[in-house]
Design a protein around this ligand. Structure first.
Ligand code: NAD
Length: 457
C-alpha cells in the first residue's frame, strides 16, 4: 500500500473518534501487554537472531521496561486524561481555566536497531495512552525483530489503528513525505536532521531521541571498585550499543591506574578470559558497524581486549588509554564495546572540557563529594544521567527521558510519553456575571485609568 493511502486509512479511523475514550485506550494498552506476554520467547529469539542478545538483557531492557511503561500507563490513565485545573488572574474573574489533553491524531514512530523492540514499542505506549493512531517503522537492520513486530501487530491490532511499515531509507523517506500529527524518531543525530527537515515541510512537530558522546567522570574520592563494576556493566551491555552507555571514561589522574586495573578485572569477571565464548555479550549489528568500530581501535593504546572477528560480528570489550580529544575514537559517538580513557587533574578542568563539546544524551559522575555533585548538575547540560551509577536513570518511568541540544529534543517515559503525544488545549470557561465594560470600545481615559488600576500599572 502506498504511504499516502495508508495514512488516509489511519486518519479516517482516528476521525471516527474510536480511540478517544478512556475504555478504548485502556483496552488497547491491555492488548499490547498481552501481545508482549504471549510472545516473550519469540521476541527473545528474534533479538538473539539479530544481535545475539543475551536472554537476560532481552528480558530486562527490551521486554520488562516496556511492560513497566504499559502498567504505569494503565494505572494512571484516568488521572492523566483528567482536565487539569489551573488558576486565573484576578482581572479575569469570574472564570474557570482548564487544560484538556487531546490526542494529536496520527503519529509516526521511527525506531533504531540497538534496542529494536523496546525503542519501537515504548513510544507507542504513550501514543496509545494519549488516544492516537500510529505507524511504526522499526529498523531494517534488525530484520528478525522488525518482521516479528509487523506480524504481531497484524494479529493483535486493526491495521488502520496501528500499522507497522517495514523497510529502510526509501520506505522511511516515503513516510516522512506524508503529513503526520507528530513524528517520534529515535536514531542518530545526522538522520535526526533529515527527519526534522522533512517534518518542517508539513509543520509536523518532532521528538528526536538522538545520541552523542556521554562522559563518565570518576573523581579521586569515588568508590573505585563500585565505579569499575558499574562502568563495565553499562559500557558493555548490548556490546556498547546503547545510546546512554558511557562513551568515554574521564578519570582523575591520581587514581587512573587503580581504576584501570579494577576495570580490567571486572571485564574478566563479567565476560571471562575469552569473551568470544561469553553468553553475556551481544554481537555487533552488522559488518559495516564492525568495520567502523575497529577503525577506532588504536593497537598502541589498547590495554585490554582489542580482538575482533568480522565474520562472527564480534569485538572484545576493549579499553584504550592515553587518549586525547583528537583521537579518532573521540571524534564521533562510539556505539560499541570500546572504552577510551582520558585523565584530568582538577574537576574544574574536567567540567570545562565537557562544556566545550556538544551537549551529551547522558552524563555520569562518581564521587562522594556533594559539592562536586552539585556543580556537575548545576553547570553541565546533558539529557539525563546518574550520580554514582550509569544508565539506570533511563529505567525509571517517573523521570522524563530525552536529550538536549545535539542529543535531541522532547521527552518520554511515564507521564511524559502521554504529554508528548497529547496537545494541551487551554480553555477558559467564562460566565455572564460582571461583564467589565472597560474592555469594550469606544475606549476612554476613564476606562484606561480603571484598567491601569486593575493591572497595577
Ligand atoms: P539511524 O539514525 O541510522 O536509523 C534510525 C532509523 O532511521 C531507522 O529506522 C532507519 O531506517 C531510519 N533511517 C536511516 N537513515 C535514514 C535516512 N537517510 N532517511 C530516513 N530514515 C532513515 O540510527 P541507528 O543506527 O538505527 O541507531 C543508532 C543511533 O541511535 C545512535 O546514534 C544512538 O545513540 C541513537 N539512539 C538514541 C536513543 C535515544 O533514546 N536517545 C536510543 C537508541 C539509539
Amino acid at each position: 500500500m502506498e504511504s499516502e493511502e495508508l495514512i488516509n486509512y489511519l486518519r479516517r479511523y482516528y476521525q471516527e473518534g474510536i480511540t478517544r475514550p478512556w475504555e478504548f485506550r485502556w483496552t488497547a494498552l491491555q492488548t499490547l501487554e498481552t501481545l508482549i506476554t504471549e510472545n516473550i520467547v519469540a521476541i527473545c529469539s528474534a533479538l538473539y537472531a539479530d544481535l545475539q542478545k543475551p536472554k537476560q538483557e532481552a528480558f530486562i531492557s527490551e521486554i520488562a521496561i516496556v511492560l513497566e511503561e504499559i502498567r504505569l500507563a494503565k494505572k494512571n490513565l484516568k488521572k492523566w486524561m483528567k482536565p487539569q485545573k489551573v488558576g486565573s488572574p484576578m482581572a479575569l474573574m469570574p472564570s474557570r481555566s482548564r487544560i484538556y489533553y487531546e490526542p494529536l491524531g496520527t503519529v509516526l514512530i521511527i525506531g533504531p536497531w540497538n534496542y529494536p523492540f523496546q525503542l519501537a514499542i515504548a513510544p507507542l505506549v504513550g501514543a496509545i495512552a494519549a488516544g492516537n493512531c500510529a505507524v511504526i517503522k522499526p529498523s531494517e537492520l534488525t530484520r528478525n525483530t522488525s518482521k516479528l513486530i509487523s506480524e504481531l501487530f497484524k494479529k493483535y491490532f486493526p491495521t488502520d489503528y496501528i500499522c507497522v511499515v517495514e523497510g529502510g531509507i526509501p520506505e522511511t523517506t516515503s513516510l516522512l513525505a506524508q503529513k503526520f500529527d507528530h513524528i517520534f524518531f529515535t536514531g542518530s543525530t545526522p538522520v535526526g536532521r533529515i527527519v526534522m527537515q522533512a517534518a518542517a515541510k508539513n509543520l509536523t512537530p518532532v521528538t528526536l531521541e538522538l545520541g552523542g558522546k556521554s562522559p563518565v567522570v570518576v573523581c579521586e574520592d569515588a568508590d573505585l571498585a563500585l565505579a569499575a563494576r558499574r562502568i563495565v556493566w553499562g559500557k558493555f551491555y548490548n556490546a556498547g550499543q546503547t545510546c546512554v552507555a558511557p562513551d568515554y571514561l574521564y578519570v582523575q589522574s591520581s587514581v587512573s591506574h587503580i581504576l584501570i586495573e579494577k576495570i580490567k578485572a571486572c571485564i574478566v569477571q563479567q565476560f571471562g578470559a575469552n569473551p568470544k565464548s561469553s553468553e553475556s555479550l551481544s554481537r555487533i549489528v552488522n559488518s559495516q558497524n564492525c568495520k567502523r568500530l575497529t577503525q577506532m581501535i588504536d593497537d598502541k593504546k589498547v590495554i585490554h581486549g582489542g580482538e575482533f572477528d568480522f565474520e562472527a560480528l564480534f569485538i572484545a570489550p576493549t579499553v584504550m588509554q592515553n587518549i586525547s580529544w583528537n583521537d579518532p575514537v573521540m571524534l564521533e559517538e562510539i556505539f560499541g564495546p570500546i572504552l577510551p580513557i582520558l585523565t584530568f587533574e582538577t574537576i574544574d578542568e574536567a567540567f570545562y572540557s565537557i562544556l566545550q563539546r556538544p551537549k551529551p544524551l547522558a552524563a555520569y559522575l562518581f564521587t562522594r563529594s556533594h559539592a562536586i555533585q552539585k556543580t556537575f548538575i548545576d553547570s553541565i547540560s546533558f539529557g539525563g544521567g546518574c550520580i554514582n551509577d550509569v544508565v539506570l536513570h533511563l529505567s525509571n518511568p517517573y523521570l522524563p527521558f530525552g536529550g538536549v541540544g545535539d542529543s535531541g529534543m522532547g521527552q518520554y517515559h511515564g507521564r511524559s510519553s502521554f504529554q508528548t503525544f497529547s496537545h494541551a488545549k487551554s480553555v477558559m470557561h467564562r460566565f455572564g456575571l460582571f461583564d467589565v465594560s472597560a474592555r469594550y470600545a469606544p475606549y476612554s481615559e476613564g476606562k484606561l485609568k480603571f484598567l491601569r488600576r486593575m493591572f497595577r500599572l
